[in-house]
Design a protein. Structure first.
Length: 437
């Protein structure tokens, strides 16, 4: 059944100001490109601006061919007509703002709303209006429930009503899209919080006289935490175990893998594994959980004896920790004979090296984000471990320790880089005061 020709009427100024009534252009558009991939209408504003309506209805006579009806603002609604869904897909270009689909299109199967479902799949980002008869109000309501922004009855249709319905539908679609993006943003924030809790847990140090501090700062241009992770626990025998690691790459997949590795490390540590046995098992976890053979992770583990005076150190492709003893300059713990990063060699080994800590000390473990920034604004040279040592020794000389030391170190590294770092930075500090031993 053909759609009635919208009747040209004199529209009161009050109506045009409120409803934005626009004219209907009658020329049938030529063929265009395929389906829309950009923002419908090219992101142009709606209020007072021109709109393009794609009408899909089986009317060989071209019922929508009428003169333009400009409103008081000079705006208009241009009509592009398609006789069937196939032709509509060809005419659906980026400048189309809204689609009016006739629910009575022939050849779309026995399902009453199949034309609308097809259009919603074809143009999920466009505003859609459903066209039917006033005697089929139930189907009109179902069309809105299915996803159309509104419905129109063809036997009540005129230019003013059509113009206003198009403008309202476009605004409603944009509001729905904004609401959806807001909901997605909230979900991402919740996911970020869960990942953060998984990557950066609360240490389990009950009964230990060691002081703990940590800082994490994500690199720029990322909504999620990266693959840096750390953990610290005290086992029943009084040994304090600490770990810091870094999964290569950035994003939710790397962050999720970092969480898995941290949880695996905690479970294996409480199960009594240490040194090469622990890291070999961690590598098996990585190999099973990673999405690609290209993914690897660096790791540094330290197990501090109950008396706090010595520790075992294992390095898997990770920078060596820094130790600061009272009255002495900070220095790196031995890093010779470390093993490769996890996930690089199938039968790798990670020797455990015994190191003397002394009476009072501070042990700083960090990811490479702390040392890979620039040595100064505008400089090409990296800060490196030597530059980090100089910085930490100066800050220690200024009396900084604990949380204040880490905050100052991370902030200064950023300042030296001339802005946000490209990589995440995670830093962990364990300290022992001889008087509390």
């Amino acid at each position: 059944m053909p759609v009635p020709v919208p009747r040209q009427r004199n529209v009161p100024v009050a109506e045009t100001a409120h409803g934005g009534a626009a004219g209907v252009v009658g020329s049938r558009a030529d063929g265009g490109l395929g389906g829309s991939t950009g923002v419908p209408g090219g992101g142009s504003g709606v209020s007072g601006g021109d709109l393009t309506l794609l009408v899909i209805e089986d009317d060989p006579a071209g019922s929508f061919s009428v003169p333009e009806l400009p409103d008081t603002a000079g705006a208009r609604v241009k009509v592009r007509s398609a006789r069937n869904l196939t032709e509509a897909a060809r005419l659906l270009t980026d400048d189309v703002h809204c689609i009016l689909v006739d629910l009575a299109l022939p050849g779309t199967g026995d399902e009453p709303l199949s034309p609308l479902k097809h259009v919603l799949r074809l143009a999920p980002r466009h505003a859609v209006l459903a066209l039917t008869t006033s005697g089929d109000a139930q189907r009109a309501a179902e069309a809105v429930q299915l996803g159309a922004q509104d419905h129109l009855f063809r036997d009540e249709l005129d230019a003013r009503l059509l113009s206003r319905a198009v403008r309202y539908a476009v605004e409603r679609k944009r509001a729905d899209t904004a609401q959806t993006k807001l909901a997605e943003s909230r979900l991402r924030a919740q996911e970020n919080a869960r990942l953060e809790r998984g990557l950066l847990p609360t240490p389990l140090l009950e009964g230990s006289n060691l002081r703990f501090a940590a800082r994490y700062r994500p690199g720029r241009s990322r909504a999620l935490l990266g693959g840096d992770f750390y953990d610290t626990v005290r086992t029943p025998d009084g040994t304090v175990h600490a770990m810091i690691g870094d999964v290569c790459g950035h994003g939710p997949d790397e962050a999720a893998l970092g969480v898995e590795l941290r949880i695996a490390w905690r479970a294996l540590t409480f199960a009594g594994l240490c040194g090469d046995e622990l890291l070999s098992t961690m590598q098996q976890v990585l190999e099973h959980e990673r999405e690609s053979d290209e993914i690897f992770a660096t790791l540094c583990t330290v197990d501090i004896a109950p008396d706090g005076r010595r520790a075992g150190l294992c390095l898997a492709g990770h920078p060596s920790p820094l130790i600061a003893r009272k009255g002495k300059a900070a220095q790196l713990l031995p890093y010779e004979n470390g093993g490769p990063a996890l996930g690089l060699l199938p039968r790798a080994r990670w020797p455990r090296r015994q190191v003397e800590l002394g009476g009072a000390w501070s042990l700083m473990m960090y990811t490479d984000g702390l040392i890979e920034g620039r040595a100064g604004p505008g400089e090409k040279q990296r800060l490196g471990q030597e530059g980090m040592l100089d910085m930490i020794n100066r800050q220690l000389g200024e009396g900084l320790e604990g949380e204040a030391l880490l905050e100052s170190a991370v902030s200064e590294v950023r300042d030296l880089n001339g802005g946000d770092l490209t990589d995440d930075v995670a830093v962990l500090l364990l300290s022992r005061d001889r008087q509390t031993a």
